[in-house]
Design a protein around this ligand. Structure first.
Ligand code: NAP
Ligand code: HSE
Length: 429
């Protein structure tokens, strides 16, 4: 005889935890119907029981003692929404006690996912993490199941809501970087330490998770090239627009004959490209499979209710499994160890903004440095000089990264060249 209720312990009642509770209150009947059995949130772990919350919950549910959840034999499912790598000990204890775990924690899944999945398998349970990538957009399930017949060739898209929100507000509304960041934080998109968002680390964690599923390989986080937008200057957004581009933080994973290429960096994206129209906290991901062709996923990549929606969907799956007593086997453990190709071997077009002396020979010197390294130029603009100094913006054709870097090293030594202000990769028109 099965159970008549599945009891859940929630770790965290912040942005996402509140969304989960609101969805369970708002759509309780539907969730119960889909899960096939009652779901009861028995305890909620928080740091501060007195804090004002964005959702109404019975105060007696709140606890500051993780053991009240992890050591409660009645609790079958633990939802971890604390975040950060310190949550690992709670997740491990829950799995060792044979509880199913649902998490939105990309830091943890990217760096310890394989070990946690093994622990889950060894204890006859499982760990679900749909909300860890893309907020409310279904990405994990499609990669694991719906696209399972494909060999995935490429993933590319925008998978950090905070930086996309900042870039959108700066580009379209002229906000300063810090102003846009403050708003992203107020809306609950940013991580506790927003450096993870701004430096590309959050997107790199997510790329690790997606790429491991897409390419059936363990991905060592340190092999993902990562650049963020902390140093972005609004001048570059203005020049990009003048050239017919916007700037987006992209995550790209490819399986090439030489191995995997994994990178997160800002890039100029043509205004006509579908990713240029992905605004505010929305995310979008292209997945190219050798059978399906190109599929695009789009939607809210962060926020309380969208992310809560993914967590509750995982909860329905887990509870259905418990209710029907079906084997909910862990499938993503037997990954291969594929080689990762160094960034300098990849090809890209580049945007470069620099200061130069407005004097004869400077342009020729620049052109010479590029031609010596076999880098061909696509566009070049010189802004009217002030006090004998000119600002030069140029875009190259697609070339090997190492050739562009060698040209840049030559340019830096050239006497007429002042500061190199910015270098960005470019998605060609
Ligand atoms: P948050 O708003 O900072 O909430 C964290 C919650 O955990 C708070 O309720 C906090 O308690 C509690 N908490 C933190 N450390 C604790 C500890 N040591 N002991 C007990 N309670 C603790 O975070 P969030 O934005 O909801 O993010 C949660 C997770 O979801 C993270 O892994 C994040 O990366 C992921 N995620 C977030 C979003 C998003 O849009 N925010 C989207 C996708 C995934 P108090 O309330 O008492 O401080
Ligand atoms: N900080 C993350 C973002 C939350 O901005 O995308 C969603 O994972």
């Amino acid at each position: 005889m099965g159970k008549d209720v599945v009891k859940v312990g929630l770790l965290g009642l912040g942005t996402v935890g509140s969304g989960v509770m609101k969805i369970l209150q708002m759509n309780g009947e539907q969730v119960r119907g889909r899960a096939g059995i009652n779901i009861e949130v028995k305890k909620i772990l928080v740091r501060n029981k007195q804090k004002a919350r964005d959702v109404k919950v019975d105060p007696s549910l709140l606890t500051t003692k993780a053991a009240e959840i992890l050591q409660d034999p009645e609790i079958d499912v633990v939802i971890e929404l604390i975040g950060g790598l310190d949550a690992r000990e709670y997740v491990e204890e829950a799995l060792r006690r044979k509880k199913y775990v649902i998490t939105a924690n990309k830091d943890l899944m990217a760096t310890a996912g394989a070990s946690l999945l093994r622990l889950a398998r060894d204890n006859g349970c499982n760990i679900y993490y749909e909300a860890s990538v893309g907020g409310g957009i279904p990405l994990i399930r499609p990669l694991k199941h719906s696209l399972g017949a494909n060999r995935i060739l490429r993933l590319a898209g925008i998978i950090n809501g905070t930086t996309n929100y900042i870039l959108t507000r700066m580009d379209l509304e002229g906000l300063e970087f810090t102003e846009a960041l403050t708003e992203a934080q107020a809306r609950g998109f940013a991580e506790q330490d927003p450096t993870n968002d701004l430096e590309g680390k959050d997107a790199a964690y997510k790329l690790c998770i997606l790429a491991s599923l897409a390419f059936n390989s363990h991905i060592d986080f340190d092999t993902v090239h990562m650049e963020g937008i902390s140093n972005l200057n609004r001048r570059d957004l203005l020049y990009a627009r003048e050239l017919g581009f916007t700037i987006k933080l992209l995550a790209i994973g490819e399986e090439m004959p030489e191995g995997l290429a994994l990178r997160v960096h800002p890039a100029l994206v043509p205004l006509t490209h579908p990713l240029a129209g992905v605004l505010f906290e929305n995310n979008a991901l292209y997945v190219e499979g050798n059978a399906v062709g190109e599929v695009m996923f789009y939607g809210p990549g962060a926020g309380s209710m969208p992310t809560g929606s993914s967590v509750v969907a995982d909860l329905i799956d887990v509870v259905r499994g418990i209710n029907h007593q079906v084997e909910n086997g862990v499938m993503e453990i037997d990954f291969l160890d594929k080689k990762v190709v160094p960034l300098e071997e990849l090809n890209s077009a580049f945007y470069l903004r620099l200061q130069a002396q407005d004097q004869p020979g400077v342009f020729a010197g620049l052109a010479n440095a590029f031609s010596e390294e076999m880098v061909s130029l696509d566009m070049i603009i010189q802004k009217r000089s002030r006090e004998g100094k000119a600002e030069i913006v140029l875009v190259t054709h697609v070339e090997k990264e190492k050739n562009f870097n060698a040209a840049l090293a030559r340019i830096q030594k050239f006497p007429g060249i002042g500061a190199i202000n910015s270098v960005y990769r470019v998605i060609p028109k």
